[in-house]
Every structure is written in C-alpha cells, then in structure tokens.
Design a protein around this ligand. Structure first.
Ligand code: ZN
Length: 168
C-alpha cells in the first residue's frame, strides 16, 4: 500500500472511533514506518540493505512505540494508527522483517528493475491507493476541507468541525 491507502484507512477509522483524536498525529503515525524505513533502507543504506521495509516495520519497534504512546497517555487510536500501517502492509507476509531482530541482520536485497516496478505498481497497491484517494476526497468534501478557512482550522487543531457548522 502506498500513501493514500494508508492515510485513508487510518484517518477514517480513527476519526470514527474517536472524534476528538488529533488527525495530524494519526496521519503522522500511520506513515512513520515508511518515513523512516524508506529513506534509510533505500537511500542511506542502499548499498547494504536496499529495502524500504526494515526496522520500523517490525513488531518489536511498533510494540516499543505503542508502549511509549501509552505511557505518554496518548489516545488509543494513535497506537492503532501505527498498527494500521503494519496491517495494510500485510507484514505477516514478510515474517523475516516482522520478527526482526530475532531473524538477524537485514541483508542486501538484490532486485531487478521489473521486480521493483511490480513491487510498487502491483494490483494491491494500485487498487488500495485509488480507493484510498477516493475515500479521502469524499472525507474532505464531507468536512468541507476544500474551504480554505476550514482547512486552516483543521491544520491548526487536528480535529474536524461538524460539516453543519458554518464558519465565521
Ligand atoms: Zn510500509
């Protein structure tokens, strides 16, 4: 799953479960694994790892982050946002990553260009991202986030006002 699928799944579910949840945190936490692992695994360690799903896609790191969030008394939906990423990435299909460090160091992933293209543009990624984008557009329309004042207020507070509330 790419960006829109992740953001749509986490945002819509967390907002439904907790209307007061700061959706800026939800978006940040559900993208955190890719924001760390992609630049480090694919760019900084491109010669030795060459993989965009490494440390932050493991159960251990996500458990530690969950504990930190709970100790910090953050709402439960923030923890859920983290795990949504792992769920949407179907990490049970990559147990050698999910179970790190029990599975040892990450070795170099040798991948041909056609495999790369399929990895990014496989049907699961494309379909879930198209659906994710459609859901996000519907969500933004419902909350009238295409209005500049409402968008700015959401960016400042992280919470969404009822679509029935007219703005001053
Ligand atoms: Zn990921």
């Amino acid at each position: 799953m790419l960006v829109f699928g992740h953001v749509a799944a986490a945002t819509v579910t967390c907002h439904a479960l907790d209307r007061q949840a700061d959706l800026r945190w939800v978006v940040f936490l559900t993208l955190l694994a890719d924001m760390i692992d992609k630049p480090f695994g694919l760019i900084i360690f491109s010669e030795t790892i060459n993989n965009g799903r490494v440390w932050f896609h493991s159960l251990l790191v996500n458990l530690l982050l969950s504990i930190i969030l709970l100790l910090w008394r953050k709402p439960l939906v923030y923890v859920l946002s983290l795990w949504f990423h792992q769920l949407c990435d179907r990490m049970w299909m990559r147990p050698w990553v999910a179970l790190w460090p029990l599975t040892g160091r990450f070795g170099y992933r040798d991948m041909a260009i056609d495999e790369w293209v399929y990895n990014v543009l496989n049907p699961y990624n494309v379909i879930s991202d198209v659906i994710g984008l459609a859901v996000l557009l519907k969500f933004a329309t419902h909350y009238r986030l295409f209005r500049w004042d409402r968008l700015i207020r959401w960016l400042r507070t992280g919470t969404l006002e009822s679509p029935l509330l007219s703005s001053k």
